[in-house]
Design a protein around this ligand. Structure first.
Ligand code: PMP
Length: 979
């Protein structure tokens, strides 16, 4: 590759030299296309027009083969078309997925046809299957990365290619961007828009001019955009880049322009992330490493590309007002242009450096600074901790509007909020977009009126109310909360007085290494690393250490992964570092707040003050085991038994659901003297030997069904939508089948010890059991002398809203209830409530003791949870919000084909995603991808069920109607715009 910047065909920048600039696409009818295809290439089939800026392209479906017939704009010299054919052959040989030119009946890959008076050049190419990426509203970061990788692969394969068509003046060659915009801009009708295009272009070209002579040149495709990258639709329904088409814009140009074009194209498909194009940069760099000039030139090129797009659209529309393709693109192109122009140059460059793991460029060393406030000593400065884990923000105080003032006041007379701290106080709930939490400044609370001095020699760049910017050797010292005593333009020596701390008594100090950037006070977590390259640690400006410890979610995860056995799964490919919860929200270390739709354990909400107080008080009094006599265990067991129906009056306390179920089985065995247990398919009951034996879900254990011990019998999971029996009369059939299994056992002499199931099938996605199911099944079990066990671990304890227990929904009473999860709101607790006679049968076998089951702290926690459920009306809330949520989800199902069914009751629900409503095949990969996108939108939701295609909806019971709406609105948005 050379670096000579002069285009070979020397024409300067005279627009007349852009051969395709002033022509209309050929006017051709479908009949003519059919005739050309058949006559010249021997191909016949259904014809569909494809969009094009200047040519006419038609897809021909000829049986199992598909082609594109390209009729060139007459102004395009044939040598260019031949060059494109050669380029495709070249890239195909290098293994790139590109169309292949087909030979005509006469053996040529370039043919001619007469249309009206014109002689047009015609080519037939293979059609690459897939969807253009531009037809998707949103592209996942990994898809964007693939697109960058494809651009780099094309660029690399092109390196040793040459053809006459590369050496030409092309309006899309960004080397002529400035001239193209100058020439086309007069077509922009709106004067304000025209002026904006011109001025932004001038700024881009000025920056580009700094590195232009060093930019590498080589053959590039020049248009690796969503229109020209087709994607194969994977099972997750994302379009993963699988082919590159349209070589009409290839030229010799700057290599960085190849990537710039791709980045620009991505700008409207990245959600609301202004730096969402970075994955493409990192992937490009991995294949075609960017050099220093590429890195500096890239963003100016992206902006220039945006400007040429809008200018060219306006020009083309002026020429051909009926061109629907250009008309539709116009708004998108404006959005691209504005999105590109909105990213500050320095930020884009810093972000690119960060993405390719390059250090900051060498700059003049930052001057040595004297503190702007004399006499601050580290030992006198208290930390005003505003981070996600700050104690000062407990109990939801982070949501109070005046919390920062309160934390400063509470911290001390002289207090510091640190640079680089992700302030939870800057976040709020229901934020679909990342909040800007990372402080790019340090903030000190000091007495108002305290003198502020110049930290080094320099010039006052700006002095206004409350604000002062001093330029020192290229760096900027930016102060907020100061009453300046100097004026813009004043020259300063180190130590000169520049003002006093303003009345609020809080000074923000920012050290910006790049002049003229005007950085914000806070950055979003995704942009924080890039911004911190621009606004560095201002410790020298205060003379004390101001930097907060960094956040490293990946590092924490790597440490966990090193020691925590991997058999214990984790949520998300790149797990956020969740460090706080509050009510029905989870909060990560960067202050990102997520709506928590999955934590059914924390029934009364995260960090519940009543629960926290109970733990703390009892831990300070006594924590021991239930062999001792203390009031907590008596209080708690009475209260639990009081929640159960009459006759279930005896309690055993353990530490988890697994233990509760394991114990329930032992009770049944002891009571009946038998071993056979009847369980339900798609169930999870725990991990111990016995509770695992009755766990049949293949999502948890793919070999579950083949490996059940001989004492297990199974009945179907009664999903009326996608189970064995479907539709309105499926209920009776599930009942009949289950009763038949139990009666069959009795007849065969294999008498059952017990039947165990969830009372709403939670693990299968909150499937309501058919009407009369448990009545019939319990009846059959009891007739055979067996015990009925209700696993209420997920669905019981108020969650269903209409009923405190799931079995009440079925109008039955079991013999044994197992509960856990909700009991302790996250504190490890489990319990079995049963009839005294059953407990006595167990006692006959010996004693039962759990060292921590029923300990005083757990009992007090359990009491606090019941108190909260009752005092806060949480069962009623589950009913009201749950019904609203279900109604909204059912409404969503009307509008999105992907949702096959909505299951559940109260706050235990699921959204079943299917590939097709006809086959009801589970959309497993889609569910996972949607969960990733929902996390980006501030919501934690996860798949469940045997096929992991049901979005489980089981939030803490304190969830509000507003939060339920936020969830459904975001799900709607994701289903509409993609994932
Ligand atoms: N039963 C059901 C229905 C469950 O959902 C679970 C846990 N997912 C268990 C039992 C086991 O509870 P634990 O994890 O507390 O042992």
């Amino acid at each position: 590759m050379d670096t000579s910047n002069a285009p070979r065909s020397d024409g300067g920048t005279d627009m007349a030299m852009f051969a395709t600039a002033e022509t209309q696409p050929p006017d051709v009818s479908a009949e003519q296309v059919a005739d050309i295809a058949e006559r010249l290439f021997g191909v016949a089939g259904a014809i569909t027009e494809l969009g094009s800026q200047q040519d006419r392209n038609f897809r021909i479906d000829a049986g199992d083969r598909r082609y594109v017939l390209k009729i060139a704009n007459p102004a395009v010299p044939e040598v260019w078309l031949e060059s494109q054919n050669a380029a495709m052959e070249h890239l195909a040989r290098a293994g790139l997925p590109v169309p292949r030119p087909q030979q005509s009946r006469g053996g040529a890959t370039l043919e001619h046809a007469r249309i009206g008076d014109a002689d047009v050049a015609v080519r037939l190419l293979t059609f690459l299957d897939g969807m253009p990426l531009s037809s998707f509203g949103y592209l996942a970061p990994a898809v964007r990365a693939r697109m960058g990788g494809l651009a780099a692969a094309a660029c690399r394969a092109f390196a040793d290619f040459d053809a006459p068509g590369l050496h030409r003046l092309l309006e899309w060659d960004l080397r002529h961007g400035e001239a193209v915009v100058a020439s086309f801009a007069p077509h922009v009708a709106d004067p304000a828009r025209r002026e904006r295009v011109v001025s932004v272009t001038a700024a881009a070209c000025e920056r580009l001019g700094r590195v232009q002579d060093d930019l590498r040149i080589g053959p590039i495709h020049g248009d690796v955009t969503g229109d020209n990258v087709v994607g194969a639709i994977a099972p997750d329904r994302r379009a993963w880049p699988s082919g590159l088409i349209d070589f009409g814009d290839m030229s010799r140009s700057w290599v960085a322009a190849e990537l710039a074009v791709t980045c620009a194209a991505l700008l409207h498909q990245v959600g609301d992330d202004p730096l969402g194009w970075l994955p493409a940069v990192a992937a490009f760099d991995a294949i075609m490493p960017l050099d220093a000039a590429d890195i500096e030139g890239l963003w100016p090129l992206v902006v220039l590309r945006g400007a040429t797009l809008v200018a060219a659209d306006e020009k083309q529309l002026a020429l051909d007002p009926r061109n629907g393709y250009v008309a539709t693109n116009r708004d998108l192109d404006w959005a691209i242009f504005e999105a590109a122009a909105a990213v500050p140059w320095a930020l884009a460059e810093a972000a690119i450096r960060d993405a390719v793991a390059l250090p900051a460029p060498d700059r003049a060393p930052t001057p040595r600074f004297a503190p702007v406030i004399a006499g601050l000593a580290a030992e006198d400065v208290a930390i005003a901790d505003l981070s996600a884990t700050s104690e000062a923000l407990d109990e939801g105080r982070w949501l109070d509007p005046g919390v920062e003032d309160a934390v400063f006041t509470q911290a001390g007379v002289v207090a510091l909020a640190r640079y680089g701290e992700h302030r939870l106080s800057q976040a709020g709930i229901h934020g679909a977009d990342e909040p800007a939490t990372c402080a790019l400044h340090a903030e000190v609370a000091v007495a108002a009126g305290r003198p502020v001095i110049a930290p080094a020699g320099g010039t006052v760049a700006e002095a206004g109310p409350g604000r002062l910017v001093i330029e020192c050797d290229g760096a900027e010292v930016r102060l907020e909360g100061v009453d300046p005593s100097v004026r813009t333009g004043d020259r300063l020596a180190e130590g000169d007085p520049v003002g006093t701390v303003a009345a609020a008594g809080r000074l923000r100090v920012q050290l910006c290494l790049v002049a003229g950037v005007d950085p914000p006070p806070f950055a979003t977590p995704s942009a924080a690393a890039a911004w911190q390259r621009i606004c560095s640690d201002p410790s020298p400006l205060l003379g004390i250490d101001c930097a907060a410890p960094g956040v490293d979610a990946a590092g924490v995860f790597a440490r966990r992964d090193g020691v925590f056995a991997r058999v214990q799964p984790h949520y998300y490919a790149e797990p956020p570092q969740i460090e706080r919860g509050w009510r029905h929200h989870l909060i990560d270390a960067t202050g990102r707040v997520y709506l928590d739709m999955v934590n059914n354990v924390t029934v009364v909400g995260h960090a519940h003050p009543g629960v926290a107080r109970a733990i703390s008080r009892q831990a300070r009094l006594l924590n021991t085991n239930s062999r001792f006599n203390y009031s907590a265990v008596a209080d708690y067991c009475e209260r639990l038994a009081g929640l159960a129906p009459d006759g279930l009056d005896t309690v055993l306390l353990v530490n988890s659901g697994t233990e509760a179920n394991d114990l329930a089985l032992r009770l049944a065995w002891a009571h009946t003297g038998r071993q056979i247990i009847v369980a339900m398919r798609e169930a999870y009951h725990g991990w111990s030997m016995a509770s695992d034996a009755i766990s049949t879900s293949v999502a948890d254990n793919p070999r579950a069904l083949e490996t059940r011990p001989p004492w297990i019998r199974l009945v179907d999971s009664p999903n009326p939508y996608s189970g064995t029996h479907r539709g309105p009369d499926s209920g009776e059939r599930y009942v009949g089948d289950a009763v038949a299994v139990i009666e069959g056992l009795a007849q065969g002499g294999d008498l059952p010890a017990a039947f165990i199931s969830e009372t709403v099938h939670g693990n299968a996605g909150g499937i309501l059991l058919p009407a009369g199911y448990l009545e019939a099944v319990y009846g059959a079990v009891r007739a055979a002398g067996g015990v009925c066990i209700a696993d209420e671990i997920q669905v019981g304890y108020g969650r269903l809203g209409h009923h405190f227990w799931g079995f009440l929904e079925q109008g039955v009473v079991p013999d044994v209830i197992t509960i856990a999860k909700a009991l302790g709101n996250g504190h490890p607790m489990g319990a079995v409530i049963t009839r005294r006679a059953i407990a006595e049968s167990f006692a006959a076998e010996g004693s039962f003791f759990s060292s921590t089951g029923g300990n005083p702290v757990s009992c007090r926690v359990g009491l606090a949870v019941i108190d909260a459920i009752e005092a806060e009306g949480l069962q009623e809330n589950a009913r009201v919000v749950g019904e609203h949520l279900l109604a909204r989800l059912r409404d969503l199902a009307e509008r999105h084909e992907l949702i096959g069914a909505v299951h559940g009751i109260g706050l235990y629900a699921s959204v079943e995603l299917v590939r097709s409503r006809e086959t009801r095949e589970p959309a497993t990969e889609v569910a996972e991808a949607i969960c990733e996108r929902m996390r980006e939108r501030g919501i934690v939701v996860q798949p469940t069920g045997d096929h992991l295609n049901m979005l489980k909806v089981k939030p803490p019971l304190c969830i509000t109607r507003e939060s339920a709406d936020f969830f459904v609105d975001q799900l709607d948005l994701v289903l509409r715009t993609g994932w």
